[in-house]
Design a protein around this ligand. Structure first.
Ligand SMILES: [Zn+2]
Length: 190
């Protein structure tokens, strides 16, 4: 219940941020201008950390990172090292703060870079990505088993109905080959 309220507040926060942050489609943005906005958001984030307003800090860092990603996309040559280090460092901050606010339900394996590749599951799953059939939003059928993708704020996870996941993966926190198939098909690690 608490998470729902926080999520609602996050949406409200984004809405209040208004058109100064979220631009219309097709509008050309200037890297310098984006950087100024991102810089101010970074300052807001640091102040929010100091005031222990974790949600505010998380939102501000996340928005700032997406602005720097936008700069890297529209003008890759613009202060490249600086932009990359902001994406990396503030991205890590946002991730750390996000983990204080959000968590995945028990029994769901987290999808993140560096997740455990147990046995041959990764190779077999990747090879079988074409067998994935989407049956609903974030729901997939793979070899007659059901894989469900779970999203909580910035976190992503999955669970599968197969015996391998039910009796081993869930317990020891690794993905079965069906989950790997879905990760591969949906590019969930990118
Ligand atoms: Zn499975």
């Amino acid at each position: 219940m608490k998470k729902t309220v926080l999520f609602g507040l996050a949406i409200l926060g984004l809405a209040l941020a208004g058109p100064g942050v979220i631009r219309g489609e097709g509008e050309t943005a200037d890297p310098g201008e984006l950087h100024r906005k991102a810089h101010l958001l970074g300052r807001d984030a640091q102040r929010a950390v100091y005031q222990e307003d974790i949600l505010e800090a998380f939102e501000a860092y996340s928005e700032a990172v997406s602005l720097y990603q936008e700069i890297a996309r529209i003008d890759p040559g613009w202060r490249t090292d600086f932009v990359q280090s902001r994406i990396e460092q503030w991205g890590e901050e946002a991730d750390r703060l996000g983990r204080e606010i959000y968590s995945l339900p028990d029994g769901v394996v987290e999808i993140r870079p560096g997740m455990t590749r147990e046995g041959r599951r990764f190779d077999e799953g990747r090879a079988g990505a074409a067998r994935v059939r989407e049956t609903g939003e974030d729901e997939y059928e793979v070899e007659s088993f059901t894989v469900t993708v779970v999203r909580e704020g910035p976190l992503k996870g999955a669970e599968c109905s197969c015996p391998d996941y039910t009796y081993r993966g869930r317990k020891h926190n690794f993905a079965c080959k069906h989950i790997w198939s879905v990760i591969t098909r949906e590019r969930l690690l990118q």
